[in-house]
Design a protein around this ligand. Structure first.
Ligand code: SF4
Length: 423
């Protein structure tokens, strides 16, 4: 039995076309988030974490191209298993895959035609159906279900990118299926909530409009829901008639959370939800996020440069650098058994979350130019442990304990000596 991932990002590459080349903002990123799980995506600004989020919500700017990868959403475990089997079976053999798809489609069409001959549109058996044909109906229904599942696995039916990706790699902004999923199933709390609301409309009206845009509910019901959302995020419901400028920064951020929750999505991406807020307001927002996790059991991805934020609210962490994942694992694994020099540097440059006094060490050097990223391990120009092969060979993932993977050639040797949380 495989694990049920709500969202699975596989080998995602998103590049931006600029005048002098391509910015490889996301360059082969993979991760999974289960239903009800929160993952922190951490890294310095410009490492590609926000681009990854915009690829999931399909809100990339016009110069953003998806060069490869998949984003599977709500894929049933058995379909995932079949997909992995087919990927293995047809590795390097796309023609074979196409033939298999054609054979299955032909068989499915035949079965459905047979079914139509025996039953009418309402499901009643037609007079011309023979007893043998009718007997076959049950068997053929099971085969139809099986074939449908196999075809979905073979054709990447649950891949959000397959629905909207154009031939050149751009995403179709007007794809109907994606428009239905965005906000209703996958929602986002944007960085800088201060500007997310239109200043000339009341905050409550903007939430009501979002509800009515996607659901057929009257004004009274939508207003009731907006008030309930205000209550949930700790804003008095009589503030529903206020304009954005009448809210403090923290209230705007909470109203943004209410807006993101308006359609009860399954998955929320929060981009730097506490940046630019004072410490007390940050605490309040983290409290709201924990409430979302506990009461609504929704999956979340929290994007931040601040490791103390992910330490508070994440079940797992993915550390990104130069468009790639450097280390991924459960929060406790990454913080306590740190296995990548970059993660170690990141942890060392923040005050200890556990309150111990220690010297902060910033990572030397600068993040690389993503138009011409360094060959091999992208961190090698800044890494104090780099060896000659680090600048030549791209590190493969090394699994140190179940689910804890480091993309460093020397993860095993370095792990005992790396600075970690509280270290
Ligand atoms: S692969 Fe080499 S350069 Fe990269 S983090 Fe590991 S030791 Fe440092």
């Amino acid at each position: 039995m495989t694990k049920m991932a709500l969202i699975e990002v596989q080998d995602l590459k998103v590049h931006f076309k600029i005048q002098n080349g391509w910015v490889k903002a996301v360059d082969g990123v993979s991760f999974m988030i289960d239903a009800g799980e929160t993952m922190g995506l951490v890294g310095e600004s410009g490492c590609g974490k926000t681009t990854a989020a915009y690829a999931i919500t399909q809100l990339l700017p016009p110069n953003g191209f998806v060069k490869s990868g998949f984003i599977f959403f709500k894929e049933p475990p058995r379909t995932r298993l079949l997909r992995l089997e087919y990927d293995q079976m047809f590795k390097g053999n796309p023609k074979g895959r196409e033939r298999e798809i054609a054979t299955m489609r032909a068989r499915l069409t035949k079965l459905l035609e047979e079914k139509r001959d025996i039953k009418d549109k309402t499901g009643q058996v037609k007079s011309k159906g023979t007893p043998e044909q009718i007997e076959r109906l049950d068997a053929s229904s099971a085969e139809v279900t099986e074939l449908t599942e196999r075809l979905r696995a073979l054709t990447y039916f649950y891949d959000l990118l397959a629905k909207s990706k154009l031939k050149d790699g751009r995403l179709d902004d007007f794809n109907e299926e994606i428009r239905k999923i965005r906000w209703k199933e996958i929602s986002m709390i944007f960085q800088g909530a201060m500007n997310a609301f239109n200043p000339v409309f009341r905050v409550g009206d903007q939430i009501i409009e979002a509800i009515q845009l996607h659901e057929d509910v009257d004004d009274d019901k939508a207003t009731e829901r907006a008030k309930a959302l205000f209550n949930f995020v700790g804003i008095p419901e009589d503030r529903i008639t206020n304009y954005p400028h009448e809210f403090s920064g923290g209230m705007k951020q909470r109203a943004m959370i209410a807006l993101a929750l308006a359609l009860s999505p399954k998955f929320i991406i929060a981009d730097e939800p506490t940046t630019a807020l004072d410490v007390i307001t940050q605490d309040r927002i983290l409290f709201e996020i924990r409430k979302l996790q506990e009461q609504l059991k929704m999956a979340m991805m929290i994007i931040t440069h601040d490791v103390s934020v992910v330490a508070e609210v994440s079940d797992k962490i993915a550390v990104m650098y130069a468009g790639r994942i450097m280390e991924i694992g459960k929060t406790v694994q990454v913080f306590k058994n740190t296995a990548h020099p970059y993660t170690s540097g990141l942890l060392g440059s923040f005050p200890s979350i556990e309150g111990e006094r220690r010297r902060l060490i910033s990572i030397p050097g600068f993040p690389p130019d993503l138009v011409n990223p360094p060959p091999g391990c992208p961190f090698h120009p800044r890494c104090g442990y780099a060896k000659p092969d680090c600048s030549k060979v791209v590190p493969k993932g090394i699994e140190l304990e179940p689910g804890h993977i480091s993309y460093c050639h020397y993860a095993k040797e370095l792990q005992p000596n790396l600075r970690r949380l509280g270290g």
